[in-house]
Design a protein around this ligand. Structure first.
Ligand code: UD1
Length: 420
């Protein structure tokens, strides 16, 4: 099993190109199922989750071709309607095929995701919304079977904003007769990117990016070409890496406004941040001023950057309180950061991070995608050697992370280890 080996203490310097957003690429691939024509998506990140979604589309009958960072999806031969448990368990975003399959074929079978390492993540809101659009839902052996002879526009109020739920329903609603109103919808940039793709495919959608999205369904959906937005979580991760190592790094091919919540907190922590329309340059030096964060839906502080910011606060001059409001069990990185010398105590939904002068390398185990990133950041700042086990989590969402970090001057490499 592969591990990452990091010799910490090198300041990162230079520029790094931010890849396309995994969380925009996945719904865009699912959206290809809405038409029987070919759709071409560019700026696609070459990460494992994108490969898993392509494999799912192929299992449904789609033909996929790749040229550089573009993926073309020919869905003319799609004739199956199920997302099996092996895939949904591995990658929860597989549930995104539910809306498109229901829209195109009037049926979809999607396994219930079950628990995952960051908590119980149900899809009840997705299913309740599909029922509102007129679908029947039956649970058979752990799979939800949805059927609808016709879908009808409806008013759907989400009990809480859900990103993939909003995306799934937006896609299903493109085939519903009349108007669908999604209220308390997610406002994430990835939802807006999907809406832009759907409009190019022929849909009538307005309001994406606000909490009320209006879809007038019934248009014939056709193939389109679309460039995926940049990955704000990858950008945020490299921003923190610059500060934690006392370096100066320019992030390119990205939109700084999408990480305003992080950049403001980094400024408060004492970092220097210089923005242009498509780049941001970050420099910083520990010890940082302690800064509290509380995760929230966009445009609040993203839960997907909570672990990385916590790693930074480990080197603060005082105590920072990190509160996780989106997922109930997203502190798996805490005991691992403590193995590196951090002093973090969890009480309920909050982690109290008492800053230390130095972190010291150790063997740590990654538990999920963003937790892995926080361990890499801590390893870059720690003295001596850090080895990170189970890095397959990292490959799900970061394109060539160790290569990008090496190019910035980090001493980091992948080795074949003995495994956990
Ligand atoms: C998406 C992102 C993920 C990010 C998360 C929150 C993708 C592929 N993944 O995940 O990286 O961490 O948004 O920004 O875009 N919930 C329910 N019932 C539902 C749906 C959600 O109770 O039917 C709850 C969840 O358990 C969670 C909260 O709502 O507590 C928000 O989750 P949601 O926005 O749905 O996350 P995902 O779309 O799965």
């Amino acid at each position: 099993m592969q591990e990452l080996r990091i010799i910490g203490g090198r300041s990162l310097r230079g520029s790094v190109q931010i890849s396309g957003a995994k969380n925009a690429a996945l719904p865009a691939l699912a959206a290809c199922l809405l038409t029987n024509q070919t759709t071409t998506l560019s700026n696609m990140p070459d990460v494992k989750d994108v490969g898993s979604m392509c494999a799912l589309l192929e299992a449904l009958g789609a033909r996929i071709s790749r040229v550089n960072d573009s993926i073309s999806v020919d869905t003319s031969n799609v004739d199956r309607h199920n997302a099996p448990h092996e895939l949904v368990r591995k990658m929860r975003a597989s549930v995104l095929v539910m809306g498109p399959l229901l829209a195109r074929f009037g049926m979809a079978e999607v396994a219930l995701p079950g628990g995952c390492t960051i908590g119980n993540r149900p899809i009840d809101l997705h299913i309740a919304a599909m029922k509102k659009l007129g679908a029947d839902a039956t649970l058979i052996k752990g799979d939800t079977h949805l059927t609808a002879s016709t879908l009808k526009g409806a008013r759907i109020y989400f009990d809480r904003p859900t990103v993939t739920g909003t995306e799934n329903v937006m896609m299903a609603a493109t085939a519903a007769d009349g108007e669908t109103l999604l209220e308390n919808a997610a406002r994430e940039p990835e939802v807006v990117d999907l809406a832009e793709l759907l409009v190019k495919m022929g849909a009538n959608i307005s309001g994406a990016g606000t909490d009320t999205i209006r879809v007038i369904g019934g248009q014939l959906m056709k193939g389109a070409t679309h460039e995926i937005i940049s990955d704000r979580i990858e950008a945020g991760t490299y921003a923190v890496s610059a500060a934690m190592t006392g370096g100066i790094v320019t992030l390119t091919h990205m939109n700084p406004r999408m990480i305003s919540s992080l950049l403001e907190k980094m400024r408060s922590a004492g970092c220097k941040v210089v923005e242009t329309d498509t780049t941001v340059t970050i420099s910083g030096l520990p010890p940082f001023k302690p800064v509290d964060i509380s995760t929230a839906e966009y445009p609040g502080f993203p839960t997907d950057l909570q672990a990385q910011f916590m790693a930074m606060m480990c080197l603060a001059d005082g105590e920072a309180v990190i509160t996780e409001n989106i997922f109930e069990d997203r502190f798996k990185h805490v005991p691992e950061l403590n193995r590196l010398g951090a002093e973090i105590v969890i009480r309920g939904r909050s982690a109290f991070v008492r800053g230390v002068k130095n972190l010291l390398g150790a063997i740590v185990t990654a538990s999920d995608l963003r937790a892995s990133a926080s361990l890499v950041l801590a390893g870059l700042a720690a003295q001596d050697e850090t080895r990170i086990l189970r890095i397959y989590h990292l490959d799900r969402g970061y394109y060539r992370m160790e290569k990008k970090l090496s190019a910035l001057g980090a001493d980091i490499g992948r080795i074949d280890g003995e495994g956990p």
